[in-house]
Design a protein around this ligand. Structure first.
Ligand code: NI
Length: 171
């Protein structure tokens, strides 16, 4: 088990645009993904993006059966998603609470597309192509934002719904 240090908001690497992964099925990629899984689980995260451990590559992982940080969220299948492309389905948005392992202790209400299609590859180069909604769609949008240098506070519109987890009274 190898956990990596998670970069926190303010670190310049988190603002960079990640590069596409070109080689699949390599031991290097496998060991990065293993470390990301260990790091996500250790911190009880719903997802983790490679830039959060300092790697500027288009690689995110996400998924859980249940999550202490999001007790009401439906289960999301564990997924390794590489070189993702997100296409909103319709323009309907939904507000929901988000946190981020790079922004510890805080949560905020973030508008996201309610329904999306996402495409990409897994670590073996197999195609992933899914249409999802709700929390699954939210997690994917949050994680993929990390690949374009966006952290969820940059998406917040109503800052009266942003604060410390141990202080907030959520609606
Ligand atoms: Ni995050």
């Amino acid at each position: 088990m190898a956990t990596r240090e998670i970069l926190k908001m303010g670190h310049p690497t988190l603002l960079e645009i990640a590069k596409p992964v070109e080689k699949f099925n390599t031991s290097e990629l496998d060991s990065i993904i293993e470390d990301m899984i260990d790091t996500m689980k250790e911190n009880d995260g719903a997802g983790l993006a490679a830039p959060q451990i300092g790697l500027g590559m288009q690689l995110v992982i996400f998924g859980f059966d249940s999550n202490e940080r999001y007790p009401e969220a439906d289960q999301v299948p564990f997924t390794v998603l590489i070189n993702p492309v997100i296409t909103p389905i319709g323009d309907e948005e939904e507000d929901g609470w988000e946190g981020c392992l790079s922004v510890p202790g805080l949560m905020g209400v973030v508008p996201r597309f309610k329904k999306i299609r996402y495409q990409g590859k897994d670590q073996h180069g197999n195609e992933i192509d899914r249409e999802v909604d709700g929390f699954h769609a939210r997690v994917v949008q949050h994680e993929c934002d990390h690949l374009i240098g966006k952290l969820y506070p940059m998406r917040i519109r109503d800052f009266s719904q942003f604060g410390y987890l141990d202080t907030l009274t959520k609606e």
